[in-house]
Design a protein around this ligand. Structure first.
Ligand SMILES: *Cc1c(COP(=O)(O)O)cnc(C)c1O
Length: 419
């Protein structure tokens, strides 16, 4: 083993540091295992209730009529997510696309949507029209309001002010932090704000961007009153196995609207060939509770170790989490790039790629990115990135298994300690 560790530049000091941390995290890791048990029970029960059989691995082509596997998958997701209905399709490229379809499905010209978690995820800026685009919601006459978060929680007064003054059709809530420095939003916080919204407006569609949050807690937003949730299959619920896709789950009439927007009015969910991904989606969901648990343990280990090394981390190892993202404030460009280089070097794919900051479409600063994943852009697999601007924060997420995550953290920490 020592030879192998040396190949990766891991010395005794780093080995001890990380194994000592792991020992101190035993009690927290046990809680994560208990959570994985609960979520696994939820999943396996849903497989039985939906009657998943080997016949579901078959596929359809062309129009995709009568696709037993695809329709059964949607039943399984519906049961797991406690939804009235669910749309789970490979025709959704990823989470951003599903969010886009949902917004275009629910909103009409002259409607107003409102984000109550500040600026939405970067990929939605051109969708909404925050950044100009001829095909944006804004170009179709949909208006946009925004309420920023206040001290890591909702700004109740502002929300009340706008809701009582204007007719809002849809409220968007993003749980994960995206590329901001705010904290992720727990189910408790969500429950409180949804109850509050309902005292003012019984009708408004409450849509939750649930990316990165599935199986991190034992409840999902639909259980505390959200109308609809959206998430990516190249993140938590895909378990690292789904090759692409996303889901929309919630109120029946909203799922109907989304299916007619994704496909075409009149045919809706009846069409859409599964093109051989049914088994992968099922296997991915089956493994997702354990995969998310691995990602959480990897984030907690990272938090503990990097804090010991003197870096500011968020969340701290013992803080309640709502998503799988860990941020590390490096304070200098060198350490950020070295750390990402370490994560890349310990990845399964492109381990020998050199990590350098580059310009990226849609970003004002250069971005440094480590992502050696089986599925392109998958961030339930170990990955780490950050914009090249002060205070040089890395956003790390994922790991399909805990040991691979631990190896990656060991290599990354070794890189920053080699001065
Ligand atoms: C990743 C993410 C998305 C987009 O999902 P993709 O599958 O990458 O398109 C949207 N919102 C949030 C908060 C995310 O973290």
């Amino acid at each position: 083993m020592n030879e192998y560790l040396k190949e990766y530049g891991i010395n005794q000091e780093v080995w001890n540091l990380i194994n000592d941390s792991e020992k101190e995290l035993t009690a927290i890791f046990k809680k994560i295992d208990d959570l994985a048990f609960l979520n696994s029970l939820n999943v396996i029960r849903a497989f039985k209730k939906a009657n998943v059989t080997e016949a579901c691995f078959a596929t359809s082509t062309g129009y995709g009529y009568n696709d037993l596997g695809r329709d059964t998958i949607e039943k399984v997701f519906k049961i797991v997510l406690k939804a009235e209905d669910a749309l789970v399709r490979g025709q959704f490229i990823s989470g951003s696309h599903a969010l886009t379809v949902a917004l275009f499905a629910f909103l009409r010209p002259n409607d107003t949507m409102m984000s109550i978690t500040g600026e939405p995820y970067d990929t939605l800026h051109e969708v909404i029209g925050i950044k100009e685009n001829n095909s944006s919601l804004k170009a179709f006459g949909v208006k946009y309001e925004q309420v920023d978060l206040k001290d890591n929680d909702f700004d109740y007064e502002k929300i009340r002010e706008i809701l009582t003054k204007k007719k809002i059709k849809l409220i968007e809530i993003q749980r994960s932090r995206g590329y901001s420095t705010r904290q992720s939003l727990t189910i408790d916080k969500l429950e409180k704000v949804i109850k509050f919204i309902r005292t003012i407006d019984k009708e408004v569609i409450i849509m939750v961007d649930n990316c990165y949050c599935e199986f991190v807690e034992d409840k999902n937003p639909l259980e505390v009153g959200a109308s609809v949730i959206v998430g990516s299959l190249i993140k938590n619920l895909g378990g690292g196995i789904a090759p692409n896709g996303a889901y929309i789950a919630g109120k029946k009439e909203l799922i109907e609207l989304a299916s007619e927007r994704l496909n075409l009015p009149g045919e809706g969910r009846e069409v859409g060939p599964s093109l051989n991904i049914n088994k992968e989606i099922l296997l991915g969901l089956y493994e997702a509770p354990s995969v998310v648990a691995s990602a959480l343990k990897c984030a907690i280990l990272t938090s503990h170790v990097l804090e010991k090394l003197g870096y500011e981390v968020d969340p701290k190892f013992n803080e309640k989490r709502a998503d799988i993202v860990e941020t590390i404030k490096f304070g200098n460009p060198d350490d950020l790039v070295k750390y990402c280089g370490g994560i890349q070097a310990a990845s399964a794919i492109d381990a020998n790629a050199l990590v350098v900051p580059t310009d990226m479409p849609g970003y004002s600063d250069q971005v440094v990115m480590a992502s050696g994943s089986f599925v392109q852009g998958s961030s339930i697999e170990i990955s780490c990135d950050g914009p090249m601007r002060s205070p040089y924060i890395a956003y790390q997420q994922g790991s399909l298994t805990y040991p691979y995550g631990k190896i990656a953290v060991m290599v990354a920490v070794s890189k920053i300690l080699q001065k």
